[in-house]
Design a protein around this ligand. Structure first.
Ligand SMILES: [Ca+2]
Length: 432
């Protein structure tokens, strides 16, 4: 073997080793916001960015965030804790699959508690449709709002409110378990995740082609409404933060599920599936009286006698596994299956992150769940090693995907709704 061949072989070996911990860099494309929760590409390549305190902003091109918001929803939101941690606000935006023709936009936000809601509740999660104007400058007129679905929230946290249109043209919505902790609700024994009479703690599927409100798509697992609310697509969910369809492969629906104390999860959502919460957290049982002490006996069946759908990937939560190097953080932020071209070593893997390693210290972790080569079994979770910058110095609050399948990470340098440190970064290859 010539020296050149040996050098080449060494280079190949090195690149194979580097494969185990892929390196990416981040390029800042927008800043100066508060808490950017959604990045949604328009068909023309521009992007809409949802800023949690009540705005939809237009990113004309990298670095060019238009000053005037596309839509200002501040007057329609429930009261927010400005300057402090708050999970309420504008939570996500999804374009109708035929947006280019019909200009229909769907937005999830927390509205003030509606009149019919229990008096001790906090707010009402509202899914509304708006129509974007067809001329420039691009605007969405708040007067076009059409409410499609409302869900009363007992507490301020665990709203979910992440949405995605499926290949079937229906709108999928992740809804949190109602909030507080341990899925205790405000009524005795009302663990919402397992209760099929509430939309809390569920993944929903609705038909938005009805003149008003919403319809129940044919094929919803409880469409007749006899055993369960007919909007339910899957249940046993705690706080689905990140909901996305794989644009390639089998077009499966992915949802992260924020754990309570021990395990953070990524799920491939199954029609009619019981994803476990609060009977299970990850693969183990859950004890609502003492979450750090899971029961020895792991529940094997839900209340209908059904088996659970296991997560496809999990990692340890630092609250339950203190000082464990594989406890990457305390709250999963869902992302996307990577189907772009630039990051070849991530193709088909699920790129996501953790919000922050320690409460109060900005510093999220980018993660990748590696699709098993056999197509079956657990996906291995590992940190996505960073080139430039060398670490994420902010909380990771969301992810976005552009028309080419390239991904964006959405960050907030503050723990909550303090303006100025909300940024959007494109994930790019490390340039040698
Ligand atoms: Ca689960």
């Amino acid at each position: 073997m010539s020296l050149r061949c040996i050098a080449l072989a060494l280079a190949l070996l090195t690149s194979a080793a580097a494969d185990a911990a892929p390196r990416v860099s981040l390029v800042r494309v927008a800043g100066g916001m508060t808490s950017p929760l959604s990045y949604v590409a328009l068909p023309d390549g521009r992007a809409l960015i949802v800023d949690q305190p009540g705005f939809v902003r237009l990113l004309a091109k990298p670095g060019q965030l238009r000053d005037t918001p596309v839509l200002d929803l501040t007057s329609r939101l429930s009261t927010l804790n400005h300057g402090a941690f708050d999970e309420r606000g504008v939570l996500s935006l999804a374009l109708h699959p035929k947006f280019q023709k019909n200009r229909r936009v769907f937005i999830a936000y927390t509205a003030p508690r509606r009149a019919s809601a229990p008096a001790d509740g906090d707010c009402t999660l509202r899914i509304s449709e708006f129509t974007a104007g067809a001329t420039e400058p691009f605007v969405i007129d708040p007067a076009t709002e059409k409410v499609r679905l409302e869900i009363d929230k007992p507490y301020a946290n665990h709203n979910g409110g992440r949405m995605a249109f499926g290949p079937d043209g229906h709108l999928y919505i992740g809804v949190g378990d109602g909030g507080n902790g341990n899925d205790e609700g405000k009524r005795p024994d009302s663990g919402n995740g397992q209760n099929l009479d509430t939309l809390l703690g569920k993944i929903l599927r609705i038909d938005v082609e009805t003149p008003e409100g919403h319809g129940i798509p044919k094929g919803n697992p409880f469409a007749d409404g006899k055993k369960a609310r007919p909007e339910i697509w899957a249940y046993g969910i705690r706080n689905p933060w990140g909901l996305s369809f794989d644009r390639g492969g089998d077009h499966a629906l992915y949802s992260a599920d924020v754990g309570q104390t021990m395990w953070e999860e990524v799920n491939v959502i199954q029609k009619g599936g019981n994803h476990g919460w609060r009977l299970r957290e990850g693969f183990i049982g859950f004890n609502p009286k003492s979450p750090e002490k899971p029961p020895v006996e792991i529940p094997q069946k839900g209340l209908l006698g059904e088996s659970f759908v296991d997560p496809v990937a999990v990692y340890k939560n630092r609250n339950g596994f203190k000082k464990d190097p594989e406890a990457y953080g305390i709250s999963v932020t869902g992302g996307f299956v990577y189907r772009g071209k630039a990051l070849t070593e991530l193709k088909g893997d699920y790129v996501f992150g953790d919000w922050g390693r320690i409460w109060g210290v900005p510093g999220g972790t980018l993660l990748v769940a590696r699709r098993p080569k056999s197509g079956k079994g657990q996906w291995a979770v590992e940190p996505l090693e960073l080139g430039t910058p060398s670490k994420v110095a902010s909380y990771i609050v969301g992810f976005g995907e552009d028309n080419d399948g390239e991904l964006y990470v959405l960050t907030n340098g503050n723990i909550g709704l303090t303006p100025g440190k909300g940024e959007v970064w494109k994930i790019v290859p490390v340039t040698p």
